[in-house]
Design a protein around this ligand. Structure first.
Ligand SMILES: [Zn+2]
Length: 102
């Protein structure tokens, strides 16, 4: 996935937005997310599972919708949740340090 503005592949991961990986382009400095049409079928399924979970569906309901075992759904969501938590932790830490110094 290259930058939508300058087509550069020179990017760094820059947190998650609603569970979607966001990238920062090192060439032009713009932020972009990888839209679901660029995701593999597997990643798209994980994405959908997490969205459904965020909307309050149970693991069993999601497993029925996606036709996979609820254990797989649980594993995907836990993995995604830990990514989001790490991002929130970094973000809140950054926010607090701004408040302390300015
Ligand atoms: Zn760019």
């Amino acid at each position: 996935m290259s930058c939508p503005k300058c087509k550069s592949n020179d990017k760094v991961k820059n947190g998650l937005i609603k569970g979607v990986q966001r990238y920062l382009c090192k060439q032009c400095g713009c932020n972009y997310t990888v839209s679901s049409k660029f995701l593999s079928e597997k990643e798209a399924k994980h994405q959908l599972a997490f969205s459904l979970y965020s909307e309050g569906h149970s693991f069993h309901a999601i497993s029925r919708i996606l036709g996979v075992s609820h254990v797989s759904v649980m594993n995907w969501v836990r993995k995604r949740e830990s990514d989001v938590m790490i991002f929130l932790f970094i973000f809140s830490h950054y926010y607090l340090s701004l408040k302390l110094f300015f």
